[in-house]
Design a protein around this ligand. Structure first.
Ligand SMILES: Nc1nc2c(ncn2[C@@H]2O[C@H](COP(=O)(O)OP(=O)(O)O)[C@@H](O)[C@H]2O)c(=O)[nH]1
Ligand SMILES: [Mg+2]
Length: 430
């Protein structure tokens, strides 16, 4: 992992971020796709070299390092031209991936919706078309995902711009269709009978650590198909019997290459449908406020305002701040209105996790409507529909042989349940 740092450049705001912070973020991104980072470092540059980006001496020095570490991939946290990429790959006998390539890989792996997948592929192809060589992606691949591991060799480096362009046109058309029927898709996807809680926030804020912390105590989910298919979704049983699906989303990335913005938005599509959105913030980070604004801006574009009661803010990494800062942060939290008060936690030590779980559980209970209904005991189809679509809290057989149920329903589904089961009426909250 290499963080090139151009000392001489008169900088714009984003370039002013310390190279060490940029490097830390880049390492986190690599880990997000399970790359094992064996070595990372900052390479200060006096000037950019058109052929190799970094200087000749440095290229040679790193060649030795790459060899001795037996590194298969070198990530350069910058934008490389195709020529630079190819030259470096030759010099190091290793795959070279630049920042855009790395981020594309992450998005490719994490896109869950059809729109997300299409947007990512579109960005992938646009990226490739701008290059002279087909670097590490097969055209025919539907999703990105470890394209550079054992990807096409030199033999496939022949570029076919026509093929790429055709594919792009096709994708754009398909994307239009998907957008048009988006609402439809959404309705059919929302079949999970449990509330979905999505973790959002900047990369490195601690989403995955918190995800693991919140799910570690949970032993269930072996029976849940998606749990094995998708490691970023997991079912969790909360204290009082509420079951939720926790979803770890793609993190925000500072200085996101423009060509990836649409793809990033699309990977966040699923958040729109979440019952709760947990915004994880790293309060120990120097840029925490700027990061918060970035996240809020994008959420707003997805139709989620900061006042939205589906939002919970988590102020993470409180173990990393000193006593004075901690007091300041606690006071700041106390001053927020109760319904927007952030939960202070440390995903690493576990501090505050219980309170966060209670908060999530409370909010979920508020958000869902509890209905009482009854159906014919012989109505197997009706019962199974209920089990698939709502949360069955209680079930008894009445004296006249009917099945009485208390169910918790997503507000969006209440009308549907009422239409299907005419006896459905509001019950006192369970
Ligand atoms: N000290 C401390 N480190 C944390 C905490 N939460 C996460 N981290 C670290 O921050 C880094 C990024 O965490 P990760 O969960 O991968 O962030 P994500 O990109 O948001 O998923 C990792 O090195 C974590 O160990 C925390 O509460 N305290
Ligand atoms: Mg993560």
């Amino acid at each position: 992992m290499i963080e090139p740092y151009l000392r001489s450049r008169s900088t714009g705001k984003l370039d002013e971020r310390a190279p060490s912070a940029r490097l830390e973020e880049a390492v986190g991104l690599a880990r997000a796709i399970d790359l094992e980072v064996v070595q990372s470092g900052i390479v200060p540059l006096a000037a950019l070299r058109p052929a190799t980006y970094i200087g000749k001496g440095k290229v040679e020095e790193l060649a030795g390092l790459v060899k001795s570490l037996e590194a298969g991939i070198v990530v350069m946290d910058c934008a490389l031209t195709p020529v630079q990429q190819r030259n470096l790959e030759k010099a190091w006998s290793a795959k070279v991936v630049d920042r855009t390539g790395l981020i594309l890989e992450i998005f490719g792996r994490r896109a869950r919706t059809r729109e997300g997948t299409l947007q990512v592929e579109l960005a992938h192809l646009t990226y490739q078309r701008s290059r002279l060589v087909r670097s590490w992606t097969h055209l025919e691949r539907q999703r990105g995902g470890f394209g550079f591991m054992g990807g096409p060799g030199e033999a496939q480096i022949e570029t076919d711009r026509r093929l790429i362009s055709e594919r792009i046109v096709k994708l754009e058309r398909e994307l239009e269709g998907v957008k048009r029927t988006r609402a439809l898709h959404r309705a059919s996807r929302k079949r999970v009978p449990y509330p979905i809680v999505a973790l959002v926030g900047y990369t490195n804020a601690g989403k995955s650590t918190l995800f693991n912390r919140l799910t570690e105590a949970s032993v269930l989910s072996a029976d849940m198909l998606f749990a094995t298919l998708d490691p970023t979704l997991r079912a969790v049983d909360l204290l009082h019997g509420t079951r939720m699906i926790l979803s770890d989303t793609v993190g925000f990335i500072s200085d996101l290459p423009t060509m990836l913005v649409a793809a990033f938005r699309a990977t966040l599509e699923e958040v729109i449908e979440a019952d709760l959105i947990v915004h994880v913030r790293d309060v120990s980070h120097g840029d925490t406020e700027a990061q918060q604004k970035d996240v809020e801006k994008v959420l707003r574009e997805l139709g989620i305002a900061p006042e939205d009661l589906r939002l919970i803010e988590v102020w993470n990494k409180i173990d990393r701040i000193d006593a004075a800062e901690r007091e300041r942060v606690e006071n700041l939290a106390q001053r927020q209105a109760a319904e927007h008060r952030p939960a202070l936690v440390s995903a690493v030590t576990g501090e505050g996790a219980d309170r966060l779980i209670a908060l999530i559980e409370g909010r979920l209970a508020q958000a869902r409507v509890v209905l009482a209904l009854d159906l014919d005991a012989a109505d197997g189809a009706g019962a199974s529909w209920l089990y698939r679509n709502v949360e069955v809290l209680d079930k008894t057989v009445t004296d006249d042989g009917r099945l009485a149920m208390t169910v918790r329903v997503d507000p969006a589904k209440v009308a549907q349940v009422r239409a299907k089961f005419e006896t459905a009426g509001k019950a006192t909250p369970a």
